[in-house]
Design a protein around this ligand. Structure first.
Ligand SMILES: [Mn+2]
Length: 329
């Protein structure tokens, strides 16, 4: 049975469906959740999209029909109601959906992961996981086509935004002809690329550019220019009125360097440092992040390391240089 047939038979057996995504969801998590939710509502299912936390205001426009609620609200409204199927999108780890959502899984007859992150073979066999997909949104796009969903503007905006976010606007090697064939169908519902782009990216304040400017001034690279990095201390962050989410895309700016293979961002957070890695194309940074206790995709991955910012930066760059040499031998 292929992954879609299994999902379709699970859906046929389920009436009450809950769809969730990972903590601190990005636009791929929210967009995939909303698109799949609207598609299953079209099929006459009873669907609730529930996340550990209510949706952040910046993502509300992706949920025009207001189908996403927080877990507190869900538990209050439907305490004890039966759940036939819990669908988890954009992660395949229950540790990443939050404590209240994980306890709801216990109440559900079935669980299904719909995801594009690497997973053990046994999990892939049982769930709808395809690491060749550029975004979970792309996977949901092909899944809902199999279900027979009629694409409308709301579904299309959710999926389009999911794909542009996870591919940094179609620049990653995961983007294929199939990705663009889906995008073509989405555009036919009336999506305007510039408007969709501005709604997700064009939301910054001038303080964001000031912070970006001061960080880029401090960017550095190794001797042959194959690894470049930026470091973001809490002290610098506190000088500018920005929220955490605002810094996610900073590391991408390093990818314009002519010899770059790996771009890194080190962000201080208490006694820990979040290390974000991006590949310019050929190097698998997912494996590198995994070797340092984290994970992710070939082209975009992250880990969290205990230690002081400068020391973690030096130590990590040294490790990356060894791994980069090793991968090219
Ligand atoms: Mn994703």
């Amino acid at each position: 049975m292929d992954r879609y047939q299994r999902v379709i038979s699970l859906l046929e057996q389920a009436q009450n469906i809950v769809i969730t995504t990972h903590l601190h969801p990005d636009a791929d998590g929210v967009g995939s959740q909303v698109a799949l939710g609207l598609s299953l509502l079209q099929q006459g299912k009873s669907v609730t999209c529930v996340n550990e936390q209510p949706l952040q205001p910046r993502y509300k426009y992706l949920d025009a029909k207001n189908i996403v609620i927080g877990s507190d609200e869900f538990i209050e409204q439907q305490h004890g109601a039966a759940i036939d199927l819990m669908i988890v999108v954009d992660t395949n780890s229950l540790a990443r959906i939050g404590v209240q959502m994980a306890s709801l899984v216990q109440r559900s007859k079935n669980i299904l992961f719909v995801d594009h992150h690497p997973a053990p073979k046994q999990i892939v066999a049982l769930h709808c996981i395809d690491t060749t997909m550029a975004a979970t949104g792309e996977l949901v796009g092909s899944l809902i086509e199999q279900i027979g969903t009629t694409l409308d503007y709301d579904i299309a905006l959710a999926l389009y935004t999911a794909v542009i976010i996870d591919t940094s606007s179609f620049r990653y090697p995961t983007v294929t002809g199939a990705t663009h064939r889906l995008i073509a169908q989405l555009l036919e519902t009336g999506i305007a690329p510039s408007k969709a782009y501005n709604m997700i990216y064009g939301t910054k304040k001038i303080s964001h550019l000031h912070l970006l400017g001061s960080i880029l001034t401090l960017s550095d690279n190794n001797q042959d220019g194959t690894i470049a990095w930026i470091s973001l201390s809490e002290q610098l962050l506190s000088k500018f009125a920005v929220v955490n989410e605002d810094t996610h895309s900073f590391v991408n700016h390093l990818l314009v360097l002519d010899k770059i293979k790996i771009a890194c961002m080190f962000r201080e957070s208490g006694t820990f440092v979040k290390v974000s890695l991006r590949s310019s194309g050929t190097i698998d940074v997912g494996i590198m992040a995994e070797s340092m206790g984290g994970g992710g995709h070939n082209h975009s991955a992250a880990t969290i390391v205990e230690g002081e910012l400068e020391e973690v930066t030096t130590r990590t760059i040294a490790k990356l240089e060894i791994m980069l040499k090793g991968s090219e031998e």
